[in-house]
Ligand binder design. Structure first.
Ligand code: BEZ
Length: 242
């Protein structure tokens, strides 16, 4: 029998999935040591990786994220960055951003959230951020949305060449919080204030609720009904952190 050619097999990597507990680690960051995710219990966290310090797409992303940090923090969401660069590179890059870069009206931008140094790639590998088909030496642009109990609730990956959409990252956080606070699902391109999807009647409770809500609902078919959920109603329930 022919021996199996193992050299062409991709290396088995761990890829955390939605619903998994966020893998834990201790790391050095630009804001001191962190114990992840334990020290973030009670907060939502976005853990995200970027390919390399001193690169243009990553610079545009950090300036955008740092400029919106207050928006995320008002939604009880903390930000934690990571790349496989060292601490002194991180510090020098963030200082350059603050002191020298003016981009799309953003200037003097101070990155106050922690940026993890991960020269050994230990954390990046744990989170499946090294994707050899894209790069063996740099993390892809991964985004992990982790809830206050330390559970991964959504994951988005982007390639090296494309900067993330920060409106979308914020929409995902607010969407996850909304779907936790109300018994609803959210349709394509949903934004707070848009109609939400009423869960399909699978239990007596949901069926009863659907009968009671019938007048408020718009049904496209028996399995597809929407109803209004006002922006203020959402804000009242989920934005307790201003
Ligand atoms: C960038 O951030 O500009 C970048 C980083 C790695 C590869 C390509 C682009």
């Amino acid at each position: 029998m022919e021996p199996v050619n193992q050299t062409s097999q991709p290396e088995a990597v761990s890829m955390p999935r939605i619903g998994d507990k966020a893998p834990s680690f201790k790391a050095v960051t630009t804001q001191g040591e962190i114990n992840f995710p334990d020290q973030y219990k009670g907060s939502w966290v976005i853990l995200f990786s970027h390919p390399a310090d001193f690169t243009p797409v990553c610079t545009s992303e950090f300036m955008t994220f740092a400029s919106r940090e207050k928006l995320f923090s008002d939604a009880n969401c903390k930000l934690v960055g990571l790349s496989v660069d060292g601490l002194y590179s991180h510090i020098a890059w963030l200082r350059t951003i603050k002191e020298k870069i003016e981009y799309k009206g953003m200037k003097n931008v101070e990155v106050k959230f922690p940026l993890i140094e991960d020269i050994t790639m230990e954390v990046a590998k744990k989170y499946g951020m090294i994707q050899p088909g894209e790069s063996n030496t740099k993390a892809v642009r991964a985004v992990f949305f982790i809830d206050p109990k330390g559970i991964i609730r959504a994951i988005i990956y982007y390639p090296l060449s494309m900067g993330r959409n920060f409106d979308e990252l914020y929409r995902v956080i607010i969407g996850l919080q909304t779907a936790d606070a109300f018994p609803v699902a959210l349709p394509a391109d949903w934004q707070p204030g848009d109609d939400i999807i009423v869960p399909t009647a699978g239990s007596c409770g949901v069926a009863k609720q659907r009968m009671e809500n019938k007048k408020e609902m718009k049904c496209y078919d028996w399995f597809f009904c929407t109803k209004k959920l006002g922006k203020q109603e959402i804000e009242k329930k989920i934005k307790k952190h201003k």
